[in-house]
Design a protein around this ligand. Structure first.
Ligand code: NDP
Length: 435
């Protein structure tokens, strides 16, 4: 805390892990006296750099770029880039720290990292976004590579941005390698990558429901966000017979009592991905739906809640409202959307709750599969990738049960994910000595 006291999100993420991992270290002699956790909370490298770029009017802007290389004990650094005005070192360090555990859980050989910029792509022209991405990569290219650090997308960084970033990397290095994931299908991308985080979250939820002999069939599902993760989580829930009644963005949420079906979801995808509009426009198109400005969807009655927007978007009051309305399962599609008090409330009531580092790991897992395909210079079919994704999500669920099941049969998925993620990285760090 002395060293990172000014970084609240990072402290929050570390505290959550420490609560479950410190007792485990105490009970397991091989980790005693090695200061493993102390080493894990210090990034191996934190790079911060100036990104200067020119807008359409010829004015010069300066943003701050970052790459946090957190831990490479089990593989090259891997983790997304976030472009959002809220980006700072604390948020990226929390994300990079979580990423280390998440990547370890996927069973694939990937270390953890995260990066991005306080650049806001909202309201910028395609040309401005391109110039920013090119300027960002001019510096980032010195620090990444297919065997060193392989960034991907995150909030504000989708297919368009990955294309611009990849183009500049290729031009500078004069090589075509799998240095970024989330690429387009015709230039090294993997099938199912756009869908993977949302689908994976729902596959994980399916495994959790199975432990209670339940399925998505006929369940009312509340989803926040309307970006990449939210869209594909909604798609999979609909396929599994669930009824999705909400989506949101940073300005408010829409509620559709009849359910968002495939046709309505296609409208949302076009609205958000192509026209870059606001979710409130849904109510202009679909009468009978409601828009709740400035609110989050946790006040809506549901069986299952999937927070898929951003960190700390579901607080303890929201958790209580959800449970009072009968919600029996909360699965994080976003990173740390539920704050610590909300998570404690779910645990006290013993409802099903999964932390993002386990339930949203499908995205990075499929990025790992993209890296494998790039190295082998082959392309697996949609079915092959989807099958692997399902298997990985099931394996992660099994690991959570192995380390998280308590004496009364309740599974603490937070504890399970933290310990399972920790063990693999800690063992590699022990084997590699004090570095
Ligand atoms: P997108 O940029 O595609 O979408 C983000 C969504 O969240 C948008 O609807 C956005 O609304 C909303 N949002 C952003 N900031 C806020 C805020 N402060 N309050 C309320 N809503 C907000 O991002 P993704 O869908 O890719 O990412 C969503 C979450 O999932 C993030 O936590 C990310 O780290 C996590 N994640 C993503 C993965 C991926 O593969 N994409 C992998 C693993 C985790 P608006 O349009 O108004 O900004």
């Amino acid at each position: 805390k002395t060293r990172n006291g000014h970084e609240p999100e990072f402290i929050q993420a570390v505290q959550e892990v420490a609560e479950t991992v410190i007792p485990y270290i105490a009970k397991n002699k091989i980790y005693n006296g090695k200061n493993i956790l102390l080493r894990m909370v210090e990034p191996e490298r934190l790079i911060s750099f100036r990104v200067a770029w020119v807008d359409d009017e010829g004015e010069i802007h300066v943003n701050r770029g970052y790459r946090i290389q957190m831990n490479s004990a089990i593989g090259p650094y891997k983790g997304g880039l976030r472009f959002h005005p809220s980006v700072n070192a604390s948020i990226l360090k929390f994300l990079a720290f979580e990423q280390v555990f998440k990547n370890s859980l996927t069973t694939l050989p990937m270390g953890g990292g995260k990066g991005g910029s306080d650049f806001d792509p909202k309201g910028k022209s395609d040309d401005e976004v391109m110039r920013f991405c090119h300027a960002f990569m001019l510096e980032l290219c010195r620090h990444i590579g297919p065997n060193t650090d392989v960034p991907a997308g995150d909030i504000g960084v989708g297919a368009r941005e990955i294309g611009f970033l990849f183009g500049m990397y290729k031009k500078i290095r004069n090589e075509f390698t799998g240095v970024l994931t989330g690429k387009g299908l015709s230039w090294g991308g993997s099938k199912i990558r756009p869908e993977a985080t949302g689908y994976g979250t729902v596959y994980f939820a399916q495994s959790m429901l199975k432990t209670k002999n339940e399925t998505f069939e006929g369940k009312t599902v509340v989803i926040s966000g309307s970006g990449n993760v939210a869209q594909y989580a909604a798609e999979k829930v609909i396929q599994l017979g669930g009824k999705v009644v909400t989506l949101s963005d940073s300005a408010g949420y829409i509620y559709d009592p009849e359910g968002i079906n495939t046709e309505k979801l296609a409208f949302v995808m076009d609205l958000k991905n192509e026209r870059r509009g606001r979710i409130s426009e849904y109510t202009d198109k679909y009468k009978g739906s409601e828009y709740h400005k400035g609110k989050t969807p946790w006040e809506v009655k549901c069986d299952i809640a999937l927070p898929c927007a951003t960190q700390n978007e579901l607080l303890v009051g929201d958790a209580k409202k959800l449970m009072a309305n009968g919600c029996m399962c909360v699965v994080e599609g976003a990173n740390m959307p539920c704050d610590a008090d909300a998570v404690h409330a779910f645990h006290e009531s013993k409802i099903l709750f999964a932390p993002g580092k386990a339930s949203n790991a499908g995205g990075v897992a499929t990025s790992g599969l993209e890296m494998s395909q790039n190295s082998l210079r082959i392309s697996w079919t949609r079915e092959e990738v989807d099958e692997r994704l399902r298997d990985i999500m099931e394996d992660i669920h099994d690991s959570c049960i192995e380390y998280g099941k308590e004496e009364d049969g309740f599974c603490n998925y937070v504890k399970g994910a933290n310990i399972a993620g920790f063990v693999k990285v800690a063992d590699a760090m022990l084997a590699q000595g004090v570095i």
